[in-house]
Design a protein around this ligand. Structure first.
Ligand code: MN
Length: 748
């Protein structure tokens, strides 16, 4: 009996599962052809439901969106990982059978289109035929080449069937604590290839009948260092996807399958149109160019990495944002430099993650978000660059570092366009780098060989706007709902105690409006003799920067104290360090002795630490907007009184003459301040030269490429990869048409 049923089951699988008797391959081919031919999603001309009954239309939308948000809020409590549960690092989406996103939950907005790429990969490679797609199947993907940001983000896809038809996909993603790479961490620094990124599942079927297959569960027990969390994250994602599937089928039961099918087509087309409408209304057409940079400091890892990889790299992300008259938005990374033997290469899918965390927080914060908006944009990413290596074996586990730096240009471009159109409240001077990322591993305080990654970076400062200061320690560019998490939750899985956690003054970029502050965590290794600790901050280039004259936020140095005397101090009940506050007058002074490591190498192989060693993590702050001399004096005084600004910068940067009363409160000398500001303005005039003159002065230096070897390497790569960029560079610097990179000035 069982054999006969299996045979019938197999025969039934041959029947197409797409709509109206078509296969999924036929569906995606047709959909793409219609988009090409008509410029509209699936050729949709009329928004029939919206036009005939707009309230009914919005109710369907709210049901679906509500189901996704509800699934996220419920499922996050199934996970035990503090990254998911405390920091909210997860997201759920609903897709069409072809893999176009219909609606997205709150959370990591990066995944508007990443999981689309994963599902589309399964559709295009005819998973319908092999391995087959059936009700109750569970697919997992964390392959950045097929549709992910990095392999720490694990995605779950559950097909939603109505009778014999696939009507969509429920999908969810969480960020894992460990991916099983040679270094203990979810995103190891110091690796040079994909083989070292850890466990990669390439859109694999890992479950049937709503259960994970035992072989997959077995593999998960040893593939990473944190199997308990891996499996609980699996349950979190599957539970969320099942909730979405139930909600969709309940809705279909109420409104009928034909209305549902029509709705998902129309809502994607409506979102495409509304995205273009918003771009037309709020931005001025034109080309906006801004470059972003990131530093990779493997030069300091000589001897610990292969020679060819132990080099310093500046990543170049020259972003051109083109706003077309019809409201289409083009992003072009032509001129980006080469991929490298490091963990910071990106993929075309990862760039999409950056684009959508940018656009959902600027252009379309209140609108529907789905692949309709994606279809209203175009992203050009030249091959051979860090953003599109075309080398499948390079490491991409920290792609965030590179593409976020480039996306700083998107924020600046949009903000400039908003101001030009008079939408001043929409302006933001970009977002800070979400670091320092504290992560590490080794034998932990429970005696297990484990690894961890701290997500308090979900609470960086935000940047200033045109009419407001930034907010302190509250968000991450990739997760506006982020949270720093209770430190006790991190201490459960990390063998480092928090000695202190506080806002760190003078981390924000200054300006007429300053950025929001970052914070510092002072940690002490505890309960283990050995722990490998990473830093993932930035120290040698500014990340992003201020806008309209505002200053960039401070960099995030690497700061540790090894071989300390804290065991003795603690046993004698003596005071111990709880903060640094000011790197030039550290509050740790006199409270700990040991070997201090303080430098600007912020992306390196891990440092080996022992018990009672100190690790200081500086979390990023936001950038400033506008001239520092235009900041209201009372705001500078308030910053001093709130301990957000180090006293020396009140005078040197803001020109505010302030003194501290016996009550500890700061007050300004208004007359002296006015005089000082006048003096600074005068000095500025004396120092300044016309731009044309400055360009003249600099031209010979540029022609010789008289720059640091890291800068020369960066320019050489960009000039070599892009004819367009090379021409633009020669034009800008008025270099002869035959000018090429000087041969006699070879960088290492
Ligand atoms: Mn992630």
């Amino acid at each position: 009996m069982a054999i006969v049923m299996d045979f019938q089951e197999e025969k039934r699988e041959k029947k197409p599962i797409g709509w109206n008797g078509r296969t999924l391959v036929q569906m995606i081919t047709e959909s793409e052809q219609q988009m090409r031919e008509t410029g509209r999603y699936c050729g949709t001309e009329r928004l029939s439901i919206k036009e005939s009954d707009p309230i009914f239309y919005e109710k369907i939308w709210s049901r679906l969106r509500g189901a996704l948000v509800g699934a996220r809020e419920t499922a996050m409590h199934i996970s035990a990982s503090p990254i998911t549960r405390e920091a909210g690092e997860l997201c759920f989406c609903l897709y069409t059978p072809e893999g176009d996103s219909v609606a997205v939950s709150t959370g990591i907005m990066a995944h508007v289109h990443t999981m689309s790429d994963g599902i589309k990969h399964m559709v295009r490679s005819d998973y319908e035929e092999n391995p087959g797609i059936a009700p109750g199947d569970v697919f997992v993907n964390n392959d950045p080449l097929l549709g992910d940001v990095h392999n720490a983000d694990v995605q779950e896809f559950l097909p939603i069937f109505h009778e014999d038809e696939l009507i969509g996909w429920a999908a969810g993603v969480t960020h894992e604590l460990d991916t099983g790479s040679p270094f203990s961490s979810a995103h190891p620094v110091g690796v040079t290839s994909r083989y070292e990124d850890g466990w990669i599942l390439s859109c694999e079927k890992v479950g049937e009948n709503d259960r994970l297959n035992r072989d997959y569960e077995n593999r998960a027990q040893t593939a990473t260092r944190m199997p308990f969390y891996w499996i609980l994250d699996e349950k979190c994602r599957i539970a969320g996807c099942q909730m979405i599937r139930e909600a969709v089928l309940k809705l279909v039961g109420e409104i009928g399958i034909e209305i549902y099918k029509t709705f998902v087509r129309e809502v994607i087309e409506e979102t495409r149109r509304s995205f273009q409408q918003i771009v037309r209304t709020t931005l001025v057409p034109g080309t906006y160019s801004f470059a972003g940079f990131m530093d990779y400091t493997h030069g300091a890892d000589t001897g610990r990495m292969p020679d060819y990889a132990a080099v310093d790299t500046i990543q170049h992300g020259p972003l051109q944002v083109k706003i077309e008259r019809d409201g289409r938005l083009l992003m072009d990374l032509d001129g980006a430099n080469k991929w490298g033997h490091h963990a910071f290469n990106s993929t075309t899918t990862a760039i999409q993650a950056g684009v959508w965390i940018g656009l959902t927080q600027t252009a379309i914060p209140n609108e529907k978000v789905n692949d309709g908006a994606y279809l209203a944009t175009e992203t050009r990413i030249p091959p051979g660059t860090w953003a599109n290596p075309q080398m499948p074996l390079v490491s991409t586990n920290l792609s965030w570092c590179s593409f976020l730096a480039s996306i700083t240009g998107l924020f600046k471009a949009l903000s400039t366009g908003f101001v030009a159109r008079g939408f001043c409240e929409e302006v933001v001077a970009g977002f800070p780098w979400t670091g320092n990322i504290t992560q590490g591993g080794g034998i932990n305080q429970h005696g297990a060989d484990a690894s961890w990654c701290n997500f308090e970076m979900s609470c960086c400062g935000t940047s200033a706007g045109y009419v407001r200061d930034g907010e302190h320690a509250c968000a991450a560019v990739w997760n506006p709902e982020g949270d720093m998490g209770d430190l006790e939750a991190w201490e459960l899985i990390e063998p480092l105690l928090y000695l202190g956690r506080r806002i760190r003054p003078s981390t924000p970029g200054m300006g007429k409006h300053r950025g929001g502050s970052g914070f510092e965590s002072v940690r002490m290794v505890h309960g283990t003799k050995r722990q490998e600790l990473f830093n993932i901050g930035y120290g040698k280039v500014f990340y992003g920067g201020g806008l309209f004259g505002g200053y960039p936020a401070s960099t995030t140095p690497r700061h540790m104290v090894m071989n300390t005397d804290l065991e003795e101090r603690i046993s004698k009940r003596q005071p111990y360090p709880v903060s640094v506050r000011d790197i030039e007058n550290s509050e740790m002074e006199g409270l700990v002795n040991g070997d201090e490591l303080l430098d600007r190498n912020a992306k390196n192989v891990p440092v080996t630490t022992g018990e009672y060693d100190i690790y200081v993590s500086v979390l990023s702050a936001g950038h400033g907007v506008g001239d520092v001399l235009d900041r209201r004096v009372e705001d500078v005084i308030e910053d001093l009184n709130e301990d957000l600004l180090l006293e020396r910068f009140a005078l040197s940067a803001y020109g505010v003459v302030a003194s501290r009363g016996e009550d500890g409160k700061w007050t300004a000398d208004l007359a002296a301040t006015e005089a000082r500001r006048e003096e600074i303005r005068k000095q500025r005039l004396e120092r300044s030269v016309p731009v044309s003159e400055w360009l003249e002065q600099q031209r010979p230096r540029v022609a010789r490429m008289d720059f640091s070897k890291q800068t020369r390497k960066m320019f050489r790569e960009s000039l070599g990869l892009s004819t367009w960029w090379a021409e633009a560079f020669r034009d800008f610097w008025k270099l002869p048409g035959d000018w090429t990179f000087p041969e006699d000035n070879e960088p290492k």
